[in-house]
Design a protein around this ligand. Sequence first.
Ligand SMILES: Nc1ncnc2c1ncn2[C@@H]1O[C@H](COP(=O)(O)OP(=O)(O)O)[C@@H](O)[C@H]1O
Ligand SMILES: [Mg+2]
Length: 261
Amino acid sequence: MISVENLRVVYHDVISVLNGVSLRVDDGEVVVLIGANGAGKTTLLRSICGLIKVFDGDIIEGDIRSGDTSLLGLDSMDIIKRHRITYVMEDRPVFEYLTIEENLEAAAFSRRDGEIKKDVEQVLEIFPPLKNIRGKRAGYASGGEQQMLAIGMGLMTRPQCMLLDEPSLGLAPLITEELFRIIEGLNREGLTILLVEQNAHAALSIGHRGYVMETGRIVLDGAAEELIRNEDVREFYLGAGERERKSYKDAKRYKRRKRWL
Ligand SMILES: Nc1ncnc2c1ncn2[C@@H]1O[C@H](COP(=O)(O)OP(=O)(O)O)[C@@H](O)[C@H]1O
Ligand SMILES: [Mg+2]
């Protein structure tokens, strides 16, 4: 179980981004975190996985626990290896010049066991589209394939819990659907998931519980089916994925991905 208690995070010592966030992810759950651009969702994930300092951020108050252990001050490698929490960043960071297969092997760099090849095969079974292009450079893969690869790379660390940051961003609806089916399947196999999404409907429909974040605060939480029915959530987040005005940065990213599709 991961619990975040009253978390306050600032960037560059002054920019206050999380203003007392609390949430919980129980073992075996898919917990969905929705919220507009800039709400602080990515900041929360960076904080949980020990990467906030890399982005010039600081946790100035609160706690993050995995079971009984506080994760504060641990480095990200410890969090991956000992606490088995992996973070699949937004924007699909893959090594463009390596093949699909090489990317998966590279993601296991922290492991010293002899089962890496076996795990690569297993991950390729989970993502059939990747299996077909296993020898192809990741830079030539489509947006959907790159997202599958990013998740597959996360799986190569053998996580118990995966933090997933906006996996559907810029993907066509059919690809998103396929991706969410796979994510649901991973959860059924036992993976605990904290899923950040703008595509609230798709995410809540595979989630158990959800939280809504606005400018650094949780403003609403509940069972996924309650949130889907909630009037405010319906108005602001459901179906907003397509219509919502995206920031300039998002529009640019979206265009770049669209070229691969
Ligand atoms: N490294 C950083 N330095 C300064 N400000 C940042 C940094 N990263 C994010 N921010 C700011 O923090 C706020 C929350 O960002 P983020 O956590 O990325 O939100 P979300 O993922 O919900 O879109 C935004 O206003 C963003 O501009
Ligand atoms: Mg984000």
